[in-house]
Ligand binder design. Structure first.
Ligand code: ADP
Length: 511
């Protein structure tokens, strides 16, 4: 408890700006859209979703917008429009689609400041992180612009000398895209970039917490010259109904989903009626292992980046920090000291803020549940541990817990919040077994200077992505995805486009 109040906090003397005031400062006000986007038209619909700034919620000035919540009929219209657009878009050249994607990449860079502000407002992450998200998000358009002209098939020798076998690679069709709130722009671009590069058209349901970034992207796609119907963005307050419609609709040929494992399972069940092709990027429970031969200072920096990025609200955040007993005290002291010196929690548009709020009360409840459960079973609060109501309802101290054990909830479930549990271990065998216990496997991290161990551990850890001696792995070139119940399919990288194509075999007789 010694450190409890010593994190350098942003003080309550500032007032969090009214959301409307921030919107009025956008350099390009046309990025602020509150209607859905279908077939090149902006659709208001009958219902609305209130979008709030999590930093100031529930203060009345936290309301950013009433965004249109689109109906089942709107979804039907969007699917029809995307289906019609596909008939011609599939025939465009990869080079042409590359140019469209590069236009969109450029437009995102030109509007980076405004796009970052929209993310700060609707998601709460600090401006620097939001600006970084736009760099990351735009990089998928650049990456897939480079991939689009290279989507190629193959010629395969036949066992019949008079035949030639061709593998034609073709776009799969209309794609349903369902995204979460933690990366309001990047989770869309990682899917949309690949879909468009392949020649597919899209119907996108953004998270209801963060539809503004999605609608701004729709506007930019219009400016970039995308034909009508290629990009459709439909916010909905009824996610289960929208998801079901997309999964069961015969004209949707593929659904790509990023979100929780539970929702992923529901969508997979619904998709069975049409045997839809799926990509599922679901929850994780990332191990972060510091071996006895690790560079501890480097591991501390990696742990801070990996655990606390976006206040712990990314699916690849370290969730369980396993520290070898011989470096446990050194690591925990350096880790908490560095956090104490560098962290400044507050409103994301305030200068120097490093960490913002969690998204909403549901997230806060899980953070509290994990801390309270761990402490009740013997964990020690080494740093933080408390809510920060003096800043706002959704703010919580970055928290480090020591002496965490496997019977605590925090070892078993993804926290998705700013809590780092430190777990002591004594052997490689023991830590690998513990790291692989969960039924999910998205990301993992480990620190070691022993090359043999690096290969051994990398091959043993049951995850889809690994950082060895680094806590920052995300970039467009990385094949992104999980194993076990973290899902399947890979996004980004040279593999990302495959999920949006089909291979058609053609046997040509030349006798
Ligand atoms: P999170 O806990 O990160 O919000 P979810 O899996 O609940 O993760 O949400 C991710 C995305 O899935 C969001 O766009 C959300 O609106 C949507 N969603 C939530 N529940 C369902 C559902 N039953 N069917 C389809 N989509 C859903």
């Amino acid at each position: 408890m010694f450190y409890r109040n010593s994190i350098k906090l942003a003080v309550r003397s500032y007032s969090i700006e009214a959301s409307s005031k921030v919107i009025s400062t956008l350099k390009n006000p046309s990025l602020f859209k509150t209607s859905g986007y279908i077939n090149g038209e902006w659709i208001t619909g009958n219902d609305t979703i209130e979008v709030h700034n999590p930093a100031s919620f529930p203060d009345p000035t936290s309301k950013i917008a009433d965004v249109a919540s689109l109906s089942a009929t709107d979804y039907e219209n969007a699917i029809e429009a995307a289906s019609n657009a596909f008939a011609t878009f599939k025939k465009t050249t990869g080079r042409h689609r590359s140019e469209l994607l590069l236009n969109l990449y450029q437009l995102m860079k030109e509007n980076q400041d405004d796009l970052a502000k929209l993310i700060v407002l609707e998601n709460g992450k600090p401006y620097a992180d939001a600006y970084g998200e736009i760099t990351y998000a735009a990089s998928f358009f650049q990456w897939f612009a480079e991939e689009a002209p290279r989507v190629a098939g193959d010629i395969i020798p036949s066992s019949n000398g008079s035949n030639r076998i061709l593998a034609l690679r073709q776009p799969i069709g209309v794609c349903g895209i369902i995204t979460p709130w933690n990366f309001p722009a990047a989770m869309i671009t990682r899917k949309l970039g690949a879909a468009v590069a392949a020649g597919c058209t899209t119907v996108i349901k953004p998270a209801s917490e963060t539809p503004l970034s999605a609608l701004a992207l729709a506007h930019l796609s219009e400016l970039a010259g995308f034909p009508k119907g290629v990009v459709n963005v439909l916010p909905s307050s009824d996610a289960p109904a929208a998801g079901k419609l997309l999964c069961e609709h015969p004209k949707i040929k593929k659904v790509s989903f990023t979100g929780s494992t539970n929702v992923g399972k529901v969508l997979m069940g619904q998709s069975s009626s049409t045997l839809k092709k799926l990509s599922m990027e679901l929850g994780g429970n990332a191990p972060f292992i510091v071996f006895d031969d690790a560079d501890v200072d480097k591991a501390v920096d990696g742990a801070i980046a990996s655990k606390f990025r976006s206040s712990g609200q990314t699916c690849i955040c370290a969730n369980r920090l396993f520290i070898h007993e011989s470096v446990y005290d050194e690591f925990s002291t350096k880790f908490t000291e560095k956090l104490r010196k560098t962290v400044k929690i507050g409103y994301g548009l305030e200068e120097g803020i490093t960490h913002g709020p969690v998204i909403h009360s549901k997230s806060m409840s899980k953070v509290r549940q994990h801390i309270d459960d761990a402490v009740s079973k013997g964990a020690k609060v080494l740093l933080g541990g408390s809510k920060l109501p003096e800043i706002g309802e959704n703010f919580h101290e970055l928290t480090v817990l020591g002496d965490v054990t496997s019977d605590m909830l925090i070892s078993q479930e993804e926290t998705f919040g700013p809590v780092a549990p430190l777990i002591k271990f004594s052997s490689e065998e023991e830590v690998l077994q513990a790291a692989n216990t969960p039924d999910v496997g998205l990301a993992g991290y480990f620190y070691s200077t022993d090359v043999s161990r690096i290969f051994r551990v990398a091959e043993e850890l049951e995850v889809g992505m690994l950082g060895a001696n680094t806590g920052a792995i995300s970039e467009a070139a990385l094949p992104f995805g999980g194993v076990k119940q973290s899902g399947f399919g890979r996004e980004g990288s040279k593999f990302g486009i495959e999920d949006y194509t089909i291979v058609k075999g053609l046997v040509l007789n030349i006798a």
